[in-house]
Design a protein around this ligand. Structure first.
Ligand SMILES: O=C(O)COP(=O)(O)O
Ligand SMILES: [Mg+2]
Length: 224
């Protein structure tokens, strides 16, 4: 099968644990773009951070940001998630635990991300009756509108770009990537990914982080 597009997560997938971009991943993604393959970043980060990353690497497939709450494609921004749900849950959480939002939270428009200072199980339990999805990405804990996820928003974005998701490789590392790997024809988990993601993946890379991304691109795109 000829691959038409790549959808890739940012933190823990094209970056290392300190959020530093892996040079191998940059090179491989640029090689793929040179072959006419559109690369979309699909992330829990805010749009301006993801847009800058996409621009600096040289990618043309737009961005899914805030775990699906925001889409950027064809110079248009769409906010799909409702931040009111996260605000309600966060206010309750704040009344019982000393939680703290991540940096630049004032720029987050559809969900709330908090620092990982309290075990995620405790947060999930505290918020079980609230209308929010709780994701632990290993970089932050996100309170997201359950009406959106990375997968449903990637579907909308790829439709706008005329990309066939069956011919798309999705690459991720964490629990907020489950839905997005699920909608793609080829599902890849990097070696450092969590157990659940590895279980649904068609291929688990031998190498971790960006070197794993480069390995998957060589396997499915540039060597085929
Ligand atoms: O924002 C996070 O916590 C993680 O971002 P990611 O979805 O790019 O891994
Ligand atoms: Mg990640």
């Amino acid at each position: 099968m000829k691959i038409e597009a790549i959808a890739v997560d940012i933190d823990g997938t094209i970056t290392d644990t300190k959020r530093r971009l892996c040079i191998d991943a940059i090179k491989a993604l640029r090689d793929a773009e040179k072959l006419g393959i559109k690369v979309t970043l699909v992330t829990g980060n805010i749009l301006c951070y993801a847009y800058a990353t996409s621009t600096l690497i040289g990618l043309s497939g737009g961005v899914v940001a805030e775990n699906g709450g925001v889409i950027y494609v064809n110079d248009e921004v769409n906010v799909l998630g409702d931040i009111k749900k996260a605000k309600k849950a966060y206010n309750y959480l704040k009344s019982i635990y000393p939680v703290e939002k991540v940096q630049f939270s004032e720029l987050r428009v559809s969900e709330i991300a908090i620092k990982r200072t309290i075990p995620v199980e405790i947060i999930k339990d505290a918020l079980k009756d609230f209308d929010v999805e709780v994701y632990d990405t290993k970089f932050a804990i996100h309170l997201t509108d359950p009406k959106v996820d990375k997968g449903s928003s990637l579907k909308i974005l790829t439709k706008k770009l005329g990309i066939d998701l069956e011919k798309t490789i999705a690459i991720g590392d964490s629990e907020n990537d489950l839905e997005f790997l699920d909608v793609a024809g080829v599902k890849v988990a990097v070696a450092n990914a969590n157990k659940e993601l590895k279980e649904i993946a068609d291929y688990v890379t031998k190498k971790p982080y960006g070197s794993g991304v480069a390995e998957a691109i060589k396997k499915y795109v540039t060597l085929s």
